[in-house]
Design a protein around this ligand. Sequence first.
Ligand SMILES: [Zn+2]
Ligand SMILES: [Zn+2]
Ligand SMILES: [Zn+2]
Length: 656
Amino acid sequence: MCDSHSFSRRNFLQGAAASLAANGLPDLNTSRSSLRPADMGPRRISENLFVLEDTCNVYLIRDGNHGLLIDFGSGMILRHLAELGVSTIDWILHTHFHRDQAQGDQLAVADRIPIAVPRHERHLFADVERLWANRRIFELYETRNEFFSLTKNVPVSATLADYDTFQWRGHNFFIQPTPGHTAGSITLVTQIDERTVAFSGDLMTAPGKVQTLYDLQYYYQEQEGVDLSIYSLDALAAHRPALLCPSHGREISDPIPGMQQLSAKLSDWFHYWHPGGSQTTISFEPTQLTPHVIAHPLATSTFYAIISDSGKAMFVDYGSASWIFFTAFRDATDTFDRMRFVEHSIGKLRARYGLRSIDVAIPTHMHDDHLNGFPHLARHYGTRIWCFDNMVEILENPRGRNLGCTLGEVIKVDRPLRDGETFRWEEFEFTVRYSPGHTNYQMAMFATIDNKRIAFTGDAFFSDGKSEMRHNLIYRNDVRSGDHVKSIRNILEMEPSVIAPGHGSPFAITDAIAHDFEARVKRQDAFFRDLIGDPDTDVGLDPAWVQIYPYQATAVPGRPVSLELRVRNHRAIPIHLEVALSLPDGWRSTPSSVRLAVDPKGTASAPLEMTIPFGWSGNAQRTAIAADVIANGRYLGQIAEAVVDVRSPSRTTNSI
Ligand SMILES: [Zn+2]
Ligand SMILES: [Zn+2]
Ligand SMILES: [Zn+2]
């Protein structure tokens, strides 16, 4: 992710010059029509705040003879700068990607005005032509209104990251995530002429009103944007804005009653569509498992706060606020971005359960639905991240493997935990066990708290609501025969009385339930042997026994990239491999082929260096490569692959 503060006009001008050199002069006529719309001229809201009603409201904040714009509409504002005493526009900050906010951006590019956009909508500005090339229109169920995107790429000079502050000439713009009207929308909160002003895009158009309902539907028949808007109105109200500046409609003084009114009406609308009693996300309540253990079973993944008498908390998992949030953000995530996360539940833990700080967060396993909030905790709460030792590489280098449910953001691990390790944290003692099956990168953590023996088991076991436990099977998660049996053996040996699962509510566990489960997963192993033709069963379970590491490499033309070939031998005999990379014309690997001997049931790796020729200009940012393999004399062909993201040396904006 790029930090908005690190961007200067100079960086932008270099970028603009590079893009002009690459593409020739921008053809403004293709992005403008011959219409001559009426221009009412700007209106003063307060001493240094103006609005022009264009295709959207364009707000100008003035500081001396410098100006900053919130959204840009068709660009009509540029005609009025002199009369407003402004000679230079330093920035355009966009609240969201819709065309009415940004259709004139090519004019700003021509005037070399830098543009900053919401971090999770960067691709809908800078790379929007890729959206149009790939967005399926037939069989439309993803009804999310990406169709109201720009038609041409716009160079982006900075991204506006949630909960960060954008600084301009002594003004601080707090970036409050306000998803709803779009999944990536932001509100910019700042002080202007001694008032707290919120530039809220299309969150609310008038007290108690939205501009459109269709923008609040992301998937066929769903109402995600309604639930998200209710969250956003509540989160924005915490800033106590004195003036709300919407993208459509008049600015609203003392907006909180109108925001509450809208929230209540949207909540009624949500319940109209969920008569069975589904709750809006902000109304989810934590439940007390024991006096010191608070569970949140309604979040995407159930997360647990273990709160010590000192007020320090340990979080076991911390993902999205709800399934609605999770799916809405997941489906809107760009190929090169990470899923959005907005803060939730912490205020309730503080108010009701005496939480003072979040000292440590531990993921039960490496899945995004369980640790999506970890970077936020580390960044904004100083939380230390501990995890099971085989997850460290995945958290610290998420581009390395192609596994299910990997979060696209680097998470720095402060302490690895080992299989069998017992550790103390505050007044509690925990024991950690390796617990493969759902994924190889999972642990079970056992503790006796308030006289309850609890097992935090992630996604190893789920209750069926009666007297059985269920499990699941995802081959992309590195699963082997025997793994699920190993996970239930931990339970039989450690004898917890309560399973605290990764989804759903905690439930009581007995020996009988555990033995039933063991029998059930032993049958799974029998199915594996029965169904897979290869006598070495795990060969048929592992799509990645030969790997190019990292799976998502990054490369700059002319500079060597270090890769690694990794092999897992599932057989009882040694394997001798000969491997060569299959690369685009002109790319080179050193050595050109690699020989590897892998012990029975063992692993091996070998380094390789790959170089893309200087000046290489493939037309795609991402290129696939493959590994061609001979094993024990048998030609298996290109059984492994990876992708290479080619970056120019000056390219700085990428999230991971
Ligand atoms: Zn809009
Ligand atoms: Zn999982
Ligand atoms: Zn999960």
